[in-house]
Design a protein around this ligand. Sequence first.
Ligand code: 5RP
Length: 220
Amino acid sequence: MTQDELKQAVARAALRHVPNGAIIGVGTGSTVNFFIDALATLKDRVRGAVSSSERSTERLKAYGIPVLDLNAVDDLPVYVDGADEIDANGAMIKGGGGALTREKIIAEVAAQFVCIVDASKLVPVLGKFPLPVEVVPMARELVVRRLRALGGEPKLREGYVTDNGNVIVDVHGLAITEPRQVENTINQIPGVVTVGLFARRGADLALVGTAGGVEERSFR
Ligand code: 5RP
């Protein structure tokens, strides 16, 4: 199976976790694009979606799926999103697609985080994938210096501006053995909007696309 076929398989499997008549949270990325395509085949089953990016919003709307403002929604039974890496405890690196801040906000509201990944995203230790950090532009160099002091090699994502008008610094060379601690430490740097470590609020369930089929891993 190709990587896209694995992504499609987990995207379809995620439909089983979408409650009838619900408003659901929808993430961002190529795997989520397949999820949105799958959701469109059952779109009358959901009342609408809260979206983590302008890209996902556009795709949802193109299928006629209503997109709601998070402020108009009290709770979300489920949030479906991909990840760049996920470890054995459900902690993740996210933000390869630059949508980490809205993703973290929606994940915080959702009762259940269903992570959809192909097996290449499973790692023993987070950090091989450069850790994205969303930063207020005027704080860029301050944050870069602080991240370097933590032992990483921060690189500005050139020419990229987030949906929130900020920049992204990708931190290379970290081996994140204590994800919660690293998440807290980086979040404390003034000017950091969000670090793309999802450890404090990790995944509840991962659907993993493998050559043998979709495997479910429960973390809570
Ligand atoms: C976007 C994300 C994505 O979930 C992550 O980058 C995985 O993307 P893909 O499904 O394309 O591999 O965090 O900000």
